[in-house]
Design a protein around this ligand. Structure first.
Ligand SMILES: NC(=O)c1ccc[n+]([C@@H]2O[C@H](COP(=O)([O-])OP(=O)(O)OC[C@H]3O[C@@H](n4cnc5c(N)ncnc54)[C@H](OP(=O)(O)O)[C@@H]3O)[C@@H](O)[C@H]2O)c1
Length: 323
């Protein structure tokens, strides 16, 4: 729902704009996007400069820097394994980061704020494609429920600020993201960077067969992080409403198709095998992006093109990527 009174507005390029998490996958893409669009008063701090779990540090930072626009892309993020093993860390750290940043932003009168969540906020058995209105209509996927609850609290926090203070703060829920700056570590990474690393290593080592978990039949949606960054700026300039906005491509592919593209693009010529004794996970996970489309935005980076550029970036940075 887009509010009746909101007027789409180009953000002023000189206004102080804080990107929390500006060194991460999403935050760094948003930073690049804003620089490309002429923003020249961007503010970023690493976690060692301002630990967002530290309330005093966050309030001190806002008092000094006085940002007027904020994107909250700082979070403790991880794959299924990490989420399932350390649920307390994912709940506690994300709740503290959000609470501190949103409270400080309120106290210091931040005008436009975008909170980033994730598609794991939706019920495990939500009908596909997943519409925004399915939030809080069923049980969560247990392996990342602690993380999801923290993100749901963030969405509700944004809605509460709108209700109580009338500020035009918004939330966006991206699908699986990938691209330059991703986490390629075997323990912490998501499916696409994990496939890129595995197949590129197999190519280098001349491995005859690579075995993947499951049947390869689950369908997943992947959005290039530069498209995500473009959607974030678009939403900040064109959308206002209490509902979180899904951000995706509206298209999904089987894991088998994705593995095939990765193998072709890295130049791996060995066999691709599937260990069907391993679990597949949810058969399908696709966001309904009607709301985003209706606000006037479309993705522009195709999956093969995005995977190819991510592989090129990975190879250029193989010694410095998170691993
Ligand atoms: N990646 C995906 O596929 C995906 C999908 C959907 C939604 N999202 C959402 O997008 C957001 C960003 O994710 P991402 O993939 O960009 O994660 P990421 O690459 O791991 O980056 C997270 C960023 O958060 C910062 N951070 C973490 N803890 C901090 C702390 N205590 N104090 C200050 N900064 C802290 C880190 O700063 P330092 O580098 O300085 O330590 C890092 O730059 C998250 O809300 C996530 O839920 C991501």
């Amino acid at each position: 729902m887009i509010s009746d009174t909101f007027v789409p507005q180009r953000l002023d390029r000189a206004t102080p704009f804080y990107i929390a998490g500006h060194r991460g996958l999403v935050g760094s893409a948003i930073w690049r996007q804003l620089v490309a669009k002429g923003f020249d008063n961007l503010i970023g701090r690493s976690s060692s400069e301002v630990d967002l779990r530290d309330r005093d540090a966050v309030f001190g930072f806002f008092a000094t820097e006085k940002p007027r626009n904020v994107v909250l892309a700082a979070a403790k993020v991880g794959g299924i394994m990490a989420n399932n093993t350390y649920p307390v860390d994912f709940l506690s750290e994300n709740m503290r980061i959000q609470l501190n940043v949103l409270d400080a932003a309120l106290e210091h009168g931040v005008e436009r704020l975008l909170f980033l969540g994730s598609s794991c906020i939706y019920p495990k058995l939500a009908p596909q494609p997943i519409k925004e209105e399915y939030l809080l209509t069923g049980h969560l996927e247990p392996t990342n429920d602690a993380y999801a609850i923290a993100k749901i609290a963030g969405i509700l926090h944004i809605q509460a600020v709108r209700r109580q203070y009338g500020l035009p703060w918004i939330s966006a829920m991206p699908t699986n993201l990938y691209g330059q700056g991703d986490n390629f570590s075997p323990q912490g990474s998501h499916v696409l960077p994990a496939l890129i690393r595995r197949y590129d290593e197999a190519r280098r080592e001349g491995t005859e067969a690579v075995t993947n978990w499951g049947t390869g039949s689950p369908r997943r949606e992947f959005l290039h992080v530069d498209d995500m960054a473009s959607a974030c700026l678009h939403l900040l300039e064109n959308y206002d409403g209490p509902d979180q906005v899904n951000v995706g491509t509206g298209r999904d592919s089987t894991i088998k198709e994705v593995a095939q593209i990765v193998a072709e693009e890295v130049g791996y010529t060995g066999r691709i095998e599937w260990d069907t004794s391993k679990p597949d996970g949810t058969p399908r996970k696709l966001l309904d992006i009607t709301m985003l489309r209706e606000s006037g935005w479309e993705p522009s980076i195709g999956l093969r093109e995005g995977i190819a550029s991510t592989i090129a970036w990975y190879r250029d940075h193989v010694n410095v990527v998170r691993s």
